[in-house]
Ligand binder design. Structure first.
Ligand code: NAP
Ligand code: F7E
Length: 340
């Protein structure tokens, strides 16, 4: 019998990679998409192309994590073996502007799925994956963060994700639900949302190279992140649910770069020679002809920043035999080649 998966957030970056991954593993994949005024399925259109020829193992449903009725109905109808909760208002910066909505989706949305599993008495049938995040570590004092590191969330997004993390553990301990948390560090890809910094840098530099724009505006160049590739990270999600018991795992590369270093690496791959001048809000990057191709705009700074994140995924390596396969250079090359 084919296994059945239900993915919340199927139209997002990770949802699209995970769908492809599970279909290759011969799953039947149900995905939940939101109703929107313009089409929001571009990342999964290749899987779900022509309605007449459509992939019979890939089925989309309308739904929303703010709609308890639809969540319960869908889980009752599909009775999946695995539920992946990847749906979220996932932008840290935006979460300061829509904090209540972010909490509703990212925190309460998780509770709604878990409580549907409980009230439908599907504890023995369904395994649940929660998309946790390194942002939960926030203002950390540890050089590396692992499963034992304390959380200190620094944004409405991260606070909501801490709730989702702990409610998953609580439902695991209270009701014996197979609920596991992946604590994933930043992961990127060619289909990363346009407003996240890596995609913004790659796409901005490619446009500068083609003379389509003159300047790329960025915020804090000195934040440090541990960036991996989404295709490696969805494999970890699956492995987490195949483990014999529910548990929590940090998924990361263990390497760290500043935003500025990411710009430098991308420029190197694009053969754009840059030099940095100035400080603070006046810092700029000049190209060979002296044009200011990168400037700082304070609107991209956050009220509270997460300065440094670097994950230690020893536990995932030991127990799940998971290691990241893609280097930052390969990630950048993949993103650039798709952009071009
Ligand atoms: P993403 O590209 O922003 O995708 C988010 C998905 O959630 C989209 O499919 C979106 O639908 C959906 N969604 C948003 N609000 C919803 C709602 N109210 N009801 C139902 N669906 C809703 O995010 P991602 O990068 O793939 O990340 C996947 C998950 O991992 C997220 O939970 C994120 O917070 C978490 N995470 C991401 C990273 C990372 O570096 N990428 C790291 C750690 C954790 P639309 O397409 O309609 O907007
Ligand atoms: O910012 C700085 C910014 O928005 C990275 C989400 O997937 O990963 C992501 O959250 C850093 C921050 O990602 C710009 O201040 C500078 O320090 O790409 P980002 P994020 O905030 O780390 C985590 C793990 C998640 O869970 C989230 O869902 O880059 N930065 N200049 C900028 N950031 C943005 N977006 N835009 C800029 O212009």
């Amino acid at each position: 019998m084919k296994k059945i998966a239900l993915i919340y957030g199927v139209t997002g970056q990770d949802g699209s990679y995970l769908s492809k991954f599970l279909l290759k593993k011969n799953y039947i994949v149900h995905g939940v998409k939101r109703r929107s005024s313009s089409i929001n399925t571009h990342r999964i259109d290749k899987i779900y192309q022509d309605p007449h020829e459509k992939n019979k193992s890939f089925i989309l449903h309308y739904g929303d994590l703010t709609d308890t009725l639809s969540i319960k109905n869908l889980i009752q109808t599909i009775k999946p073996n695995e539920i992946y909760n990847l749906a979220a208002q996932s932008h840290v910066g935006v979460s300061f502007q829509i904090p209540e909505y972010t909490a509703n989706v990212d925190a309460l949305g998780t509770l709604r799925i878990l409580d549907s599993i409980r009230s439908l008495k599907l504890e023995k049938k369904v395994k649940f994956y929660q998309a946790g995040t390194s942002e939960m570590f926030g203002r950390t004092v540890n050089k590396f963060q692992n499963e034992k590191t304390n959380f200190y969330p620094r944004s409405p997004y991260a606070v909501a994700k801490v709730y989702a993390h702990w409610i998953s553990i609580n439902y695991r301990e209270s009701y014996n639900i197979f609920a596991s948390n992946g604590i994933l560090f930043n992961h990127e890809s060619p289909v990363r949302g346009e407003t996240f910094v890596t995609k913004k840098i790659i796409s901005g530099l490619c446009k500068i190279k083609k003379n389509k724009i003159k300047t790329l505006y960025l915020g804090n160049l000195y934040a440090k992140r541990d960036w991996g590739h989404a295709k490696d990270y969805v494999e970890a999600m699956w492995k987490i649910l195949q483990y014999k018991k529910p548990d929590d795992f940090v998924i990361a590369t263990g390497k760290q770069y500043t935003v500025k270093e990411f710009v430098n690496l991308a420029c190197k791959e694009l053969a754009i020679k840059i030099s940095w001048r100035g400080k603070g809000l006046n810092e700029v990057a000049l190209d060979e002809s002296g044009r200011k191709i990168i400037k700082i705009d304070k609107k991209y700074f956050r009220p509270t920043e997460v300065d440094s994140l670097r994950g230690d995924s020893t536990k995932a390596k030991k127990i799940l035999n998971w290691i990241p396969k893609t280097t930052i250079k390969e990630l950048i090359i993949d993103m650039i080649s798709n952009e071009i």
